[in-house]
Design a protein around this ligand. Structure first.
Ligand SMILES: Nc1ncnc2c1ncn2[C@@H]1O[C@H](COP(=O)(O)OP(=O)(O)OP(=O)(O)O)[C@@H](O)[C@H]1O
Length: 223
């Protein structure tokens, strides 16, 4: 489903500060699989996720999604692609504290042109899937860390995209909430989602629902 070919991301190219954040990455990710990108801080995990999501462009190399070359999309095309195909779960949730759960979860649907009735149906279904429906009218400000995470998961699911990208998803969670997160990821996999998790949390290592573990070291894949 995702094919990455000879990918490089260079910052400060052709200066004395030139730096390879990613170097010669080749990777294939199968539809419906769960991949864990591990590696120490600064190894390139977030940069790789961000290039797969089309938020950043590589310096060279290609990323294909279902045989379509997404890494060379113009920006307007990239944001449409993300809105339709990708759910993103961030370490610090990136929710709007002054809005309630339901409004936060509905945000990704706004650019997709759905009617209010369609938005209500999709939001309700995502809230139930992420087990946060009972807090739908609560302000984010009043939620616990685990509840914020479940709200962020609902927001990542609401567009029914096939690809779920998670950047250090358990970094702000305690052990029990991290275990809950793992259970939700297993459910998403059962629903056929393709999942990529960038994390150095050992909770993701050697898990039977993980199909591929990739270690990044200084921007390269370490076999
Ligand atoms: N916009 C940028 N400009 C310059 N250097 C950058 C930029 N973005 C990332 N880098 C560098 O690229 C390297 C990889 O960063 P990245 O955020 O991908 O690492 P990471 O493995 O996700 O780390 P962490 O676990 O701390 O989030 C780091 O050395 C970082 O400083």
């Amino acid at each position: 489903m995702i094919k990455i070919v000879n990918l490089n991301k260079i910052f400060y190219k052709n200066t004395n500060k030139e730096f390879y954040s990613l170097k010669d990455i080749n990777l294939e990710i199968k539809k419906g699989s769960c991949t864990v990108l591990k590696g120490v801080s600064g190894s390139g995990k977030s940069t790789l996720l961000s290039i797969i999501s089309t938020m950043q462009k590589p310096t060279s190399g290609e990323v294909y999604y279902k045989d379509e070359l997404i890494s060379k999309f113009p920006d307007i095309h990239s944001s449409n692609f993300r809105a339709k195909n990708i759910g993103f779960i961030f370490q610090f949730f990136n929710l709007f504290n002054e809005f309630n759960v339901r409004d936060n979860v509905s945000i990704p649907l706004i650019p997709l042109g759905f009617s209010q009735k369609e938005i209500d149906i999709k939001v309700e279904s995502a809230l139930k899937l992420a087990n946060i429906y009972h807090k739908k009218d609560e302000l984010i400000f009043n939620l616990s860390g685990g509840e914020k995470q479940r709200c962020a998961i609902a927001r990542a699911l609401v567009n029914e995209g096939e690809l779920i990208l998670c950047d250090e998803p358990t970094a702000s969670l305690d052990y029990d909430n991290s275990q809950n997160f793992i259970n939700i990821i297993k459910n998403l996999k059962d629903l056929g989602k393709t999942i990529i998790i960038a994390s150095h949390d050992p909770i993701f290592f050697n898990q039977n629902f993980v199909d591929l573990e990739i270690e990044l070291k200084n921007g390269t894949i370490h076999e």
